[in-house]
Design a protein around this ligand. Structure first.
Ligand code: HEC
Ligand code: HEC
Length: 403
């Protein structure tokens, strides 16, 4: 898999040496599948992972560490994946060219944005915090409240929401069709399609790119596959707490994805002054799901503070401590919330909470982080890598907002 790097750097070199944006030939889509994908005879990329060697114990309790992953999306061509990468980083997809998917899903912030609530076009604040996009290929339903059933459907949310990217279908189609570079790239990615760029191709390409964001080679995974020295003693203690029937974390955050993908009502607090977010109650029109959210994956969780749908917890320690502060302690008075039965009073000690945080840190793996394109077909400026200081600054802002 390391073989990819020399290839990638020669690709970057080509881009750097290329003349100014404009000529169609400047942009050539990658013909190689991303790392951890194998190119099949028909040109499509299929995921290859050690977990595929294990039997599925899905739905049979917590199971061991060597358990199969849930079904996933793959089978896109390298060209579709690479086109999706350009689209993902191109602010031209927003109404005024100010914001791209990557503005809120930044690769250097675990494909989140470090904010309690994302900020969209014109400075509008989103209702919730931006989830990571690592391993979205495995998710059956998207969004905190599980309201989208596919990545293609999900993409329309931010693109056309007046407070996120604020675009319209007509304007998006026109922007792309007016751009000769995109016209050429879409022909490379969809050779059998007609000459005009159609919006479903945009959704397919964005989906193709996002399903290539695979994070399954963390130190935890090395341990799970049998290399026990990958975790130190304290991390193993944390893992044992995590999987214990006292803490019950693994009942919902089920390995290997660290989510069972179900909706759970756990009663997390809203930051001061914010109304209760009813979550999945509105998706399924079911009062018993009031305050319910899809159990989030904990992969790369150390990279995506602040936490929960509301971004209400700034650190992992605060987040983990929520579970031991008493069942329903944050449910507003008078609200009838039907808390999940695994939410109870585990009475975890400070020592155990610290070990849980240690363990969550072993779920970090960003080896297959994709390249941020230096230039995008529109000629607009894509997001840049972040200096480390921005993390601290964003946190300060978040604090200011909620006080
Ligand atoms: C203004 C910030 C913003 C922009 C721009 C944005 N997103 Fe998001 N994204 C969010 C927020 C906030 C959520 C969670 C919303 C919710 O659950 O109600 C989200 C959720 C998602 C999810 C669901 C993940 C999950 O675990 O369920 C996906 C996938 C996603 N975005 C992809 C994209 C793509 C693709 C684009 C560009 C077309 C994009 N986003 C643009 C903020 C943004
Ligand atoms: C009953 C199911 C359930 C159990 C048990 C559970 N969780 Fe969660 N967890 C959730 C749900 C649902 C959310 C999202 C809640 C929200 O946003 O309001 C969540 C969120 C989190 C988050 C934040 C994720 C993010 O992306 O912001 C962390 C960290 C976490 N849980 C860790 C744990 C730990 C550690 C334990 C054990 C002490 C645990 N969970 C037990 C369902 C559960």
């Amino acid at each position: 898999m390391r073989l990819m790097y020399p290839l990638l750097s020669s690709f970057i070199l080509t881009l750097v040496m290329a003349p100014a944006v404009g000529a169609e030939s400047d942009f050539v889509l990658n013909e190689l599948c991303p790392p951890s994908f194998e190119k099949m005879d028909d040109g499509r990329c299929e995921l290859r992972n050690l977990y595929q060697l294990y039997d599925s114990l899905q739905g049979v309790g917590v199971g061991g560490t060597q358990t199969a992953l849930p079904a996933h999306r793959d089978g896109f061509t390298p060209q579709q994946i690479d086109l999706g990468r350009y689209l993902f980083f191109d602010p031209a997809l927003s109404a005024d060219g100010s914001i791209s998917c990557a503005s809120c899903h930044h690769p250097d912030k675990g494909f989140s944005d470090g904010r309690a609530r994302s900020v969209g076009i014109g400075g509008h604040e989103a209702q919730r915090s931006a989830p990571t996009l690592w391993n979205v290929a495995f998710l059956k339903r998207l969004f905190w409240d599980a309201r989208a059933e596919s990545l293609e459907e999900q993409a329309k949310g931010p693109l056309f929401h007046p407070h996120e990217m604020g675009n319209s279908e007509a304007q998006l189609a026109q922007t792309l069709n007016d751009n000769p570079v995109y016209a050429a790239l879409f022909r490379q990615a969809f050779p059998e399609a007609r000459d005009t760029i159609e919006l479903p191709q945009v959704y397919t390409a964005l989906t193709a790119f996002q399903t290539s964001l695979i994070s399954l080679n963390s130190r935890y995974d090395q341990y799970a596959h049998g290399y026990h020295a990958a975790l130190n003693a304290q991390e193993i203690e944390g893992m044992n707490v995590f999987r214990s029937f006292v803490a019950r974390c693994a009942e919902c955050h089920t390995p290997p994805l660290f989510t069972n993908q179900q909706i759970a009502v756990i009663g997390t607090p809203e930051p001061d002054g914010r109304a209760l977010d009813i979550g999945a109650e509105s998706t399924f029109d079911a009062a018993k799901l009031k305050g319910g959210f899809r159990v989030p994956s904990l992969r790369n969780i150390a990279q995506t503070a602040p936490y929960m749908h509301s971004g209400g917890f700034e650190t992992l320690r605060d987040t983990v401590e929520f579970y031991t502060k008493g069942r329903g302690h944050a449910v507003p008075e008078g609200v009838d919330m039907q808390l999940h039965w695994h939410i109870w009073e585990p009475n975890l000690t400070d020592y155990e909470l610290d070990r849980l945080v240690d363990f969550l840190g072993t779920l970090t793996d960003e080896t297959f982080k994709p390249q941020i394109p230096q230039r995008v077909p529109s000629g607009l400026t894509p997001i840049d890598h972040l200096p480390d200081t921005t993390v601290a600054e964003t946190k300060k802002t978040v604090k200011g907002e909620s006080s």
